[in-house]
Design a protein around this ligand. Structure first.
Ligand SMILES: *[C@@H]1O[C@H](CO)[C@@H](O)[C@H](O)[C@H]1NC(C)=O
Ligand SMILES: *[C@@H]1O[C@H](CO)[C@@H](O)[C@H](O)[C@H]1NC(C)=O
Length: 367
């Protein structure tokens, strides 16, 4: 522990109140796996899931628990299982074959892998529980864009065990980086090199059955759509347009960062329609960054869950002059923003492919 480290620690504790009830474990970097988009979909994930050696019954138990926590009644659980059995009808290619490949390679029943992949879209409804996420897009003093996010979810320990980084390749080179959970082929957090970064935060609204009706109408499964944005769009503007215009099954916040100053946006989606867009620079009180948790930007967050103001407070304390990847990670580690449900923290910068780091938050506060 050298003097520099000491200075850092003192500095950090002056700026941030540290999280109480630290459980004695440290955060760990997520392992990176390559998925080659030039491989046939059935084969893409096989090496990943085999080298990670997930046990089928362990996986099934975890998924069952998540599903029961996300959906309030047995009847809903059964309905989801019906969808899971009719994969052809509800899940488009290449995702259907990727899911099949994962099931084949691991021995995890197809229905369980399907359920794991549609859980967000059938559970993002008005009354659903206490899921939470935070995404921040910020410019440093030179205008370089950083994008950070915490993914908070129920049963965080199970999901921490499954957290991986995926380096998606095409034409023999890295196209974009993503963070996901083993077996989940959608992307909730990702960065396309030299183009843009994107993260999704849950937005609860409407009734659960509206989500299911939208499934039947062939809207895009929300985080399959986000992955497609990363595969297809070559710059911030294209990504923004795509996020605004394509119907998704569930309501969602897409947070997008670019590679030029002012390239940042929060896209607020209803399931089928666009609700609103906030651009970086629009908020006069802090024009150099955007914070999105799980509430509409134009409304105050509820006092019972004000992670937004905790993040804003921490961002302002750091200030634009001091902002960088390390500081953004620290902001994402202040109490409330970082909480017992936080599974991972990713900090990324599309302009700089050396900045993509996911830490699994084993250092989280206990209940
Ligand atoms: C996570 O993995 C560890 C080590 O493999 C295991 O002991 C633990 O029970 C797992 N936790 C959950 C909730 O699945
Ligand atoms: C989006 O929010 C802004 C700021 O509150 C508001 O002025 C605007 O009318 C909203 N747009 C839509 C489409 O609701």
């Amino acid at each position: 522990m050298g003097p520099t480290f000491f200075v850092w620690t003192v500095l950090a504790s002056l700026i941030f109140v540290s999280v109480s009830a630290f459980n004695g474990r440290n955060a760990e970097p997520a392992k990176t796996f390559i998925v080659d988009l030039d491989d046939p979909p059935m084969q893409r994930w096989q090496k990943v899931v085999l080298s990670a050696a997930v046990d089928a019954s362990y996986y099934k138990q975890g998924i069952d628990k998540l599903l029961k926590a996300a959906l309030s009644s047995e009847a809903l659980v059964e309905l989801v299982e019906v969808i899971a059995k009719d994969i052809e009808k509800f899940i488009p290619q290449p995702f259907a074959d990727e899911i099949r490949g994962i099931s084949q390679a691991t021995g995890i029943p197809l229905g369980d892998v399907v359920i794991a992949n549609i859980i967000y879209d059938v559970s993002a409804f008005g009354s659903s529980g206490n899921k939470a996420c935070t995404s921040i897009v910020t410019a440093d003093k030179s205008g370089k864009i950083y994008h950070g996010r915490n993914l908070d979810y129920e049963d965080p320990e199970f999901l921490k065990n499954l957290t991986i980084q995926v380096d998606f390749h095409q034409n023999g080179k890295s196209l974009f980086m993503a963070t996901t959970y083993l077996g989940y082929v959608g992307v909730i957090t990702g960065s396309r090199h030299g183009a843009f970064s994107i993260s999704g935060d849950e937005r609860d609204s409407g009734e659960w059955w509206q989500n299911l009706i939208a499934v039947a109408e062939k809207s895009d499964i929300t985080f399959f759509h986000e992955r497609m944005i990363l595969e297809k769009c070559t710059n911030f503007k294209e990504a923004l347009t795509e996020a605004m215009s394509t119907p998704t099954i569930a309501p969602v916040y897409y947070i997008i960062g670019g590679i030029k100053p002012k390239e940042g946006a929060i896209v607020v989606r209803n399931a089928h329609t666009l609700a609103n867009v906030t651009m970086l620079g629009m908020d006069q009180t802090h024009p150099w960054y955007l914070v999105e948790t799980n509430y509409d930007p134009w409304k105050a967050p509820p006092a019972s869950d004000d992670r937004r103001d905790a993040a804003i407070h921490a961002m302002n304390r750091v200030g634009q002059d001091e902002m960088d990847a390390e500081m953004l990670y620290k902001v994402l580690s202040v109490p409330l923003v970082f909480n017992k449900d936080t599974t991972y923290t990713t900090v990324m910068s599309a302009a700089d492919s050396s900045v993509y780091r996911t830490m699994i938050r084993w250092d989280g506060p206990e209940d």
